[in-house]
Design a protein around this ligand. Structure first.
Ligand code: UGA
Length: 472
């Protein structure tokens, strides 16, 4: 029996585009709909729009055969069995998710519904959104038996989104109808049944034919809460380790040893215990705020989440103080900045703590030469170059004659820099690392003063008598 399902994905952002490509990779026929004519034309013409591993190859393989791009949601709705909504849910002024795009899509789908369809919310949305989508469609005159609304949250990370989609820890399907649940089970069957992992050309990852991902069937509300609670919990883990790192700094302990020690407890686990300059990106800040807001509206005291946010804000201020502590005064200092993206291996600068820190350093009167392997174009749009801010072609150009080098994003290529060359390039060999990319002993052996997060400061070994670098 042919297992191919006709799927529409609405929205060609990070989630929509990755989902569309991965559904095609799983064997389905996909229409990716976006109301931005420019984006659709770019995708039709071979552009990938976002920096994401495996995306160019898969788009190349499926464009115009298993994936078509169009602006006409009505046509896509009529043609497909399942319509995945993957449009943006930006943060409103009050912290709530702004669901107007989701509502607009639901109403437009309603206008073209003439036979049974399953509408799937894949965007990150607060609890009760599923019910609102259902009501919006009914209000547009569609009979209840013509559709179901399912919640199928996505847990992919930018940079590894394609592999995360095809090798998920779990697939969550929140459905209040057996018919809709059965369709979603068929959509994911190539993964849950293991067949995808028997193919020769699969995207590599942890799932195997004998260890396929589980599909968890829940109610729609539980699925919605699973998504928000997962992101809030991960953000909490990061703020927790950041608070612990501050305690380590105050006591000269080493947060890496502490993280290892607590992470080896299998109930805690080692992941998401990397301290830094705070979490950013298009998801954690927005989702923690939205989850807190949902709790408030329901009269639930979840002030724990406010603390998570507070620690995250403070972490950036602490890092600025750290830069100041290394340089004494900041006005007029020349700083080399490595990293602008919100994390390594992506070109995304949304809610990037690196961008915030660049703004803070500029406000203190510093002159900045910044480099990022992928995010400079976007950064220059958000923060245009000027007399005090330049974007340069590589890490060494950023370091040239700088009073200090500041690392703000965990790109792997920064950890591989030639330390001897870097030392000669900088005016003073001072590195303030917001991502703990270097071993303090190794970098100080190369003559650097090195300040990182939650670890004792390291100083050049050639002058152990003073806490300041010999060159100052
Ligand atoms: C996050 C979640 O990890 C995904 O599971 C989820 O699907 C996604 O949000 C979403 O809701 O769409 P993402 O925003 O791509 O994914 O990035 P992460 O890798 O989770 O990193 C988020 C932020 O936390 C980054 O700024 C990163 O530098 C920071 N982080 C992460 C730390 O500071 N320490 C860590 O140990 C881990």
């Amino acid at each position: 029996m042919d297992q191919t399902i006709k799927i529409a994905v609405v929205g060609s952002g990070y989630v929509g585009l990755v989902a569309a490509v991965c559904f095609a990779e799983m064997g389905h026929d996909v229409i990716c709909v976006d109301n931005d004519q420019g984006k659709v034309a770019a995708l039709q013409g071979g552009d990938t729009l976002i920096h994401e591993k495996y995306l160019p190859e898969l788009l190349e393989r499926y464009r115009n055969n298993k994936i078509r791009f169009m602006t006409d949601l009505g046509e896509a709705t009529r043609e497909c069995e399942a319509i995945f909504i993957a449009v943006g849910t930006p943060q409103s002024d009050t912290g709530d998710a702004d669901l107007s795009y989701v509502e607009a899509v639901a109403c437009e789908i309603a206008r073209s519904l003439t036979s049974y369809k399953v509408i799937v919310e894949k965007s990150t949305v607060p609890v009760y959104t599923n019910e609102w989508i259902r009501r919006a469609i009914e209000r547009n005159g569609v009979a209840r038996e013509l559709f179901d609304v399912v919640s199928n949250p996505e847990f992919l990370r930018e940079g590894t989104a394609v592999a995360d989609f095809l090798h998920p820890d779990r697939i969550v399907v929140g459905a209040n109808s057996e018919r809709a649940a059965a369709l979603l089970q068929r959509v994911y069957e190539p993964l849950t049944g293991g067949e995808y992992y028997t193919r020769k050309d699969t995207v590599p990852g942890p799932c195997k034919v004998d260890a396929p991902p589980p599909l968890l069937l829940t109610s729609t509300k539980s699925a919605e809460i699973i998504k928000h609670a997962s992101n809030a919990f991960l953000a909490l883990k990061i703020s927790f380790i950041n608070a612990v790192s501050n305690l380590c700094e105050a006591t000269d302990a080493n947060v890496e040893q502490v993280a290892l020690g607590i992470g080896l407890d299998s109930r805690i686990g080692p992941r998401f215990l990397r301290p830094g300059i705070g979490y950013g990106g298009s998801c954690f800040p927005k989702d923690v705020a939205a989850f807190r807001s949902v709790a408030e509206q329901l009269g639930i005291d979840f002030s724990l989440l406010s603390q998570v946010e507070k620690i995250n804000v403070e972490q950036k201020k602490r890092f600025l103080s750290k830069v100041r502590s290394a340089l004494w005064t900041l006005r007029g200092k020349r700083i080399g900045v490595l990293g602008l993206a919100f994390k390594g291996e992506t070109d995304d600068i949304r809610e990037s703590p690196a961008i915030e820190l660049v703004e803070m350093l500029l406000a203190e009167g510093c002159t900045i030469a910044a480099y990022d392997p992928a995010a400079m174009k976007r950064a220059a749009e958000a923060l245009p170059p000027g007399p005090n801010l330049s974007y340069v072609e590589d890490s060494y150009a950023a370091a040239k004659n700088a009073d200090a080098l500041v690392i703000l994003t965990d790109w792997q290529e920064f950890a591989k820099l030639d330390l001897e060359r870097l030392n000669k390039t900088l005016r003073y060999p001072i590195v303030i690392d917001g991502r703990n990319l270097f071993d303090p002993r190794v970098i100080s052996e190369h003559g650097f003063t090195y300040l990182s997060i939650g670890r004792p400061a390291a100083y050049p070994l050639r002058d152990p008598s003073t806490s300041l670098p010999a060159t100052i």
